[in-house]
Ligand binder design. Structure first.
Ligand code: AMP
Length: 216
């Protein structure tokens, strides 16, 4: 089964992806995580995209399509993929469709995570993640059991905040979402693939709603 999680920054795509990976053995393909890893390891591509990411703009279609193509080539053919943060433009959506067809794969569901913009600001500005396993936490709503220890992997002193998780970048990221990514809602609706969940709910409630969609 292959699915896309679609939604603005802070909708909970990463959190729900982590649950799906842990509970169903799916493989999360997050272009945001791949780009951040390229920056950390200091590759030429990582350096090239750094300023664009910090500003909250989209990197070029060519770069992210290349990253996804590489993952589809290297993972076993029977992998179940979660596309998280990809596609973000119509060009990327067409490219993903073509890549999947070329591998004899198909998309099963596109899940739009809906959430109102006011909730996003507090979600994003309170967010921190584990640098080792990527588990997502929040200052007010999801603190680790022990300060400074990741509940998921046990890493000590490993929490980091994303550079683009500030109000100014968030405004740009939201604009990019509405301008470039939200047309994908209609695109996948027309293909009969779109389902929606209320991203404002509790983590387990959202996961349950998603489980019902995946069982269809
Ligand atoms: P994310 O972790 O998905 O919020 O992505 C963080 C940043 O990486 C975005 O604000 C963009 O700058 C870049 N990015 C991630 N995925 C894509 C994509 N599919 N297309 C273009 N830029 C992307």
């Amino acid at each position: 089964m292959n699915i896309i999680l679609l939604g603005p920054p802070g909708a909970g795509k990463g959190t729900q992806s982590h649950k799906l990976v842990a509970e169903r053995g799916m493989v999360q393909l997050s272009t945001g995580d791949m780009l951040r890893a390229a920056r950390t390891s200091g590759t030429a591509m990582g350096k090239q995209v750094a300023a664009v990411m910090d500003a909250g703009e989209l990197v070029t279609d060519e770069v992210v399509i290349g990253l996804i193509a590489e993952q589809l080539d290297t993972n076993p053919a029977d992998t179940s993929f979660i596309f998280d943060g990809f596609p973000r433009t119509l060009v990327q959506a067409d490219a993903l469709g073509a890549l999947l067809v070329s591998k004899g794969l198909k998309l099963d569901h596109v899940i739009e995570m809906r959430i109102d913009d006011d909730a996003l600001v507090s979600r994003i500005t309170g967010r921190f993640t584990c640098s080792k396993c990527g588990a997502v936490y929040h200052e007010a709503t999801k603190r680790p059991a022990k300060d400074d220890v990741c509940d998921s992997c046990g890493k000590v002193h490993g929490f980091t905040r994303r550079k683009d998780d500030n109000e100014e970048s968030l405004r740009t990221r939201l604009l990019a979402y509405y301008r470039d990514t939200s047309p994908l809602i209609g695109y996948y609706y027309a293909k009969g693939l779109l389902a929606r969940v209320d991203g404002l709910g509790e983590i387990d409630a959202v996961a349950a709603e998603m489980g019902e969609i995946l069982a269809r």
